[in-house]
Design a protein. Structure first.
Length: 220
């Protein structure tokens, strides 16, 4: 069943946008983003991530790990995992000093689901580790060079006259990072799919959990 649902996502031209909207809805400040404004926010973040990837990949193509190390980013591997809200992180970028912490348990769990469901070939020949490091490369680039418009949008939490209390919609940066990965590796499927499959790896029964997540994303 998981493989069937993945095939639906891969063949759906609107899958990336729907998954991105689902991701936005998990953001703690999403309720302050008017429903009518959410598609534009998602589209702007994704466009910014994809545009940055295309600019970066215009030159010589090299492994992402090599690019990170040359940029002075330390890569650390951790045997555990890191869970935040409904997401289980494959890796986390922190700075300073610029560091990517890879969570081996999450990476292995994702690889296991891909293999068990016969999805590895369908998702291309790029290694899972490379995809994850590419995601973290995006975070490093915007940390060092600044975020393009749309990557870190702010919304009003409270407004009294001219005074405003605002917060950043952090989900937009994750949406942009996923679009960056998709464009960087020229994937035929949305990189957000990796997050859903990782959640599948940590829940049981897998098909029921996955179906629920996909249904909530509007893909069924």
């Amino acid at each position: 069943m998981v493989a069937d649902l993945v095939r639906r996502i891969v063949s759906d031209p609107e899958a990336a946008a729907r998954l991105a909207l689902w991701r936005l809805e998990q953001d703690p400040v999403a309720a302050h983003v008017p429903p009518g404004s959410r598609p534009a926010l998602v589209a702007g973040a994704a466009a910014a991530g994809a545009a940055l990837a295309r600019r970066m990949r215009a030159g010589e193509r090299r492994p992402t790990e090599e690019l990170l190390r040359e940029a002075g980013v330390r890569i650390v591997e951790d045997a555990g995992d890191d869970a935040v809200a409904c997401f289980i992180h494959h890796a986390v970028y922190t700075a300073p000093p610029p560091t990517v912490t890879l969570y081996r348990r999450s990476v292995i769990a994702l690889e296991r689901v891909l293999a068990a469901e016969g999805l590895r070939a369908r998702l291309g020949d790029v290694e899972v580790r490379e995809l994850i490091l590419t995601h973290e490369l995006f975070h490093h680039l915007i940390e060092q060079n600044g975020a393009p418009a749309g990557v870190r949008p702010r919304v009003d939490l409270m407004r009294i006259g001219r005074w405003r209390r605002q917060a950043t919609v952090h989900a937009a940066e994750e949406i942009a990072a996923a679009a960056f990965v998709t464009a960087w590796h020229e994937l035929a499927w949305p990189a957000e799919l990796l997050d859903l499959l990782t959640l599948v790896a940590y829940e049981a029964p897998l098909p029921v959990i996955f179906a629920t997540l996909v249904e909530n994303a509007g893909l069924l």
